[in-house]
Ligand binder design. Structure first.
Ligand code: GSH
Length: 211
């Protein structure tokens, strides 16, 4: 398998999950800062102009939740996807919420100019988006609770996706005080940071582990 990724992007989650499987895989870096997601070469892989994209043989899959489930299904022994109907539904519930609601909340701040054309409206999208994001981040923190993982006692592909938005929360775009405002989520991120697979993915992408 080959993962197209950008450092610190939502592609970090499938990167961690690939590391968790213990199987070998290849990485191909797409430099979003240089707009490589819109290059003709990459658009042939993913016409949506987004990372992640996963290639298995000559078969291409996009959308982080689908990729996470696919990698887990291809490596059942790693136990990263729960097959019990209710646990599976919970895992899908997390992935859907993160990708359909949490990520777009961030994008409204990061890329406000995609949502308005008047400069004052753009500023308003970003300011309002940041307030909305803080409230959503609080809800994620509440839902994680004592964990230890998104599904409770069981580690799953939902956990590596959560750490992506934890990083973004404390990053320059949102600038939230993750430790004080979102203590459950921060404890969850620290638990993830103790996993060797997470450490390898962070090192490979040049990211600083939560401490
Ligand atoms: N729904 C997609 C979203 C993918 C996405 O927005 N990826 C971001 C990085 S996290 C990206 O490629 N951004 C480049 C851009 O917005 O131009 C998924 O879940 O995979």
């Amino acid at each position: 398998m080959k993962l197209y990724y950008s450092p610190g992007a939502c592609s970090l989650a499938p990167h961690i999950v690939l590391e968790e499987t213990g199987d070998r895989f290849d990485l191909s870096r797409v430099d979003i800062a240089a707009n490589q997601q819109n290059s003709p070469e990459y658009l042939r892989i993913n016409p949506k102009a987004r990372v992640p994209a996963l290639i298995d043989g000559d078969w291409v899959l996009t959308e982080a939740p689908a990729i996470l489930r696919y990698i887990a299904a291809r490596h059942p022994a790693a136990g990263l996807w729960p097959w019990d109907p209710q646990e599976e539904a919970r895992c899908a519930e997390w992935l859907n919420w993160l990708s359909s609601t949490i990520q777009p909340a961030f994008v409204h701040v990061r890329r406000a100019a995609r949502y308005a054309s008047d400069p004052r409206a753009i500023e308003d999208v970003a300011t309002t988006g940041k307030k909305n994001a803080h409230e959503l981040w609080r809800k994620v923190d509440e839902k994680i609770g004592e964990g230890p993982w998104a599904l409770g006692e069981r580690y799953s592909v939902a956990d590596p996706l959560l750490i992506v938005y934890w990083i973004w929360g404390g990053g320059p775009v949102l600038g939230f005080d993750m430790t004080n405002d979102f203590p459950h989520w921060t404890a969850h991120a620290r638990r993830l940071a103790a996993r060797p697979a997470v450490q390898r993915a962070f090192a490979s992408e040049g990211l600083t582990l939560p401490s």
